[in-house]
Design a protein around this ligand. Structure first.
Ligand code: NAD
Length: 463
């Protein structure tokens, strides 16, 4: 497979001008055209799954099952749903009027924004680029895609396939890193949809502000998991091992750390160990069900933070840089000021903080930024309600984790520093649509309007 070729910087303005001209030509507006392109996007994924498997194996050692569940399957489903629902989503929406304008048929037209930019991240390089594109295409925009250069094989494959399946006049890719993206951001877009870290998110938002371009920012955060004393520990361990070590922990909504009520921590560690043994058949490195760290830079970042912990590494320690292999790692007795608690881990390291009460955990979470996700494991409805009622997060799941991502009828996004805006399903269409308030008045009944015209007599005022 070829390495990723960056787009020559001199080509960038021309690509963007062409996309702008295409939008202005009206090509992308007819619903039938949008549906055909969505069908093309669906087929791009469906007809090349073997190639995507190979690419994502080279990028992340991603197990095919994880590609199917978390990426290819979801993008295809989003396309199918959008094609089926598009007439409904796009139809003008009647709204209530007042006495003075009820006859003018007040309604909202759902119109494309124009030319939009989608910037993807490396951890789900297919999904995070193409799932938002479903909404942008469905809404009738022209789209510039900027895949993450950190997953070069997937980016190269999408670059190769896009012109085969989609209309090049309306949908283009620019490849590159910070230099190329910075040049792209000098241009005016009608919306920017970015997925990645908050630090780059701030750069994107600052660049967008210069052009008054609205943004959707899908960022990250330290997503906590509350584990109450009453939980079924074995079941909790299974769901946690799956969700934490899926994609080798490199998931924006992965459980970042556990807040465990004192008394069950030893049993929980025992069950986590047994589950890791079972899921990865005694050896995660040789297992076909366990991924790798994306590159040396991220591997070293994780090893450095691990070296600095004052917690007790109870599972893990068998790591291999030459293979970018980081063993599922559990660290017990982690204090709130530990190195592992400084920022989002984004890797297969799971710190366990022990607390005397769930309230202590709530107080800890509320001292930090609102996380992207929050999880609770408990059988007690009062405990669950108390945690949900007294915390904030982008999304929440009780007695499981990650599964909110595939429920496309729910908003997916952060709050505060974990993101701005949300998408999936119809919301992806809405993000890339302008709600144009519309009144269609008849050239008749002019007398009714006299009340608002000067001269503003006392009589008119008392009406
Ligand atoms: P990344 O390195 O792939 O960067 C994201 C994008 O920003 C890339 O396309 C990259 O080329 C671009 N970029 C990098 N430097 C830039 C610069 N100086 N100017 C403009 N653009 C630049 O991804 P990452 O940031 O390492 O992603 C990991 C983070 O993303 C984590 O915090 C994770 O939680 C978050 N994330 C969030 C979601 C979500 O849906 N909310 C999904 C995945 C990842």
């Amino acid at each position: 497979m070829t390495a990723l070729a960056f787009t020559p910087v001199d080509d960038i303005p021309k690509i963007i001008q062409e996309l702008r001209a295409t939008f202005q030509s009206g090509l992308t507006k007819p619903l039938q055209y949008r549906k055909e392109q969505l069908k093309g996007l669906h087929n791009l994924v469906a007809e090349n799954e073997a190639a995507f498997r190979e690419a994502s194996y080279l990028d992340l050692h991603k197990p095919p099952m994880e590609l199917m569940l978390g990426e290819a399957g979801m993008v295809k489903q989003e396309c199918v749903d959008a094609i089926k629902e598009l007439d409904n989503w796009a139809k003008p929406q009647k709204v209530k009027g007042t006495l003075l304008n009820r006859l003018d048929g007040p309604h909202i037209r759902k119109e494309p924004l124009g030319m939009v930019l989608i910037i993807g991240a490396w951890n789900y390089p297919l999904n995070l680029l193409l799932a938002p594109a479903v909404g942008a295409i469905a809404a009738g925009n022209t789209v510039l895609l900027k895949p993450s250069e950190v997953a070069p094989h997937t980016a190269a494959l999408i670059t190769k396939l896009l012109p085969v399946y989609l209309d090049q006049r309306a949908y283009r890719i620019i490849n590159g890193a910070a230099v190329e993206t910075t040049l792209v951001l000098e241009h005016k877009f009608d919306h920017i949809f970015y997925t990645g870290s908050g630090s780059i998110g701030r750069i994107i938002m600052a660049a967008a502000a210069k052009q008054l371009t609205p943004v959707t920012l899908e960022l990250g955060g330290k997503s906590p998991v509350f584990v109450a004393k009453d939980t079924d520990v074995a079941l909790t361990a299974r769901r946690l091992v799956w969700s934490k070590f899926y994609n080798c922990g490199q998931t924006c909504i992965a459980p970042d750390y556990l807040i465990v009520e004192r008394g069950i921590e030893q049993e929980l560690v025992k069950q986590l160990r047994a589950t890791i043994q079972e899921f990865y058949q005694g050896n995660p490195q040789t297992s076909g069900s366990y991924g790798r760290i994306v590159n040396n830079q991220h591997y070293n970042r994780l090893m450095n933070v691990l070296k600095r912990t004052r917690g007790e590494v109870v599972i893990g320690g068998h790591n291999d840089e030459s293979d970018l292999f980081l063993h599922p790692t559990i660290v017990l007795n982690v204090q709130p000021d530990d190195a592992l608690m400084e920022s989002e881990l984004f890797g297969p390291i799971l710190p366990i903080m022990i607390v005397d009460s769930m309230q202590q955990g709530i107080d800890h979470v509320n001292k930090g930024d609102q996380p992207l996700a929050l999880y609770v494991f408990s059988k007690n409805q009062k405990t669950i309600d108390h945690i949900l009622d007294n915390t904030r997060s982008g999304s929440v799941v009780v007695n499981d984790a990650l599964t909110q991502f595939v429920v496309t009828s729910m908003p997916f996004g952060g709050t505060g520093p974990s993101g701005i805006g949300n998408y999936h399903g119809q919301r992806s269409f809405d993000i890339f649509s302008h709600e144009r308030g519309t009144l269609i008045k008849k050239q008749a009944m002019e007398k009714v309007n006299n009340i608002r015209y000067p001269p503003y007599t006392e009589k008119k005022l008392s009406w």
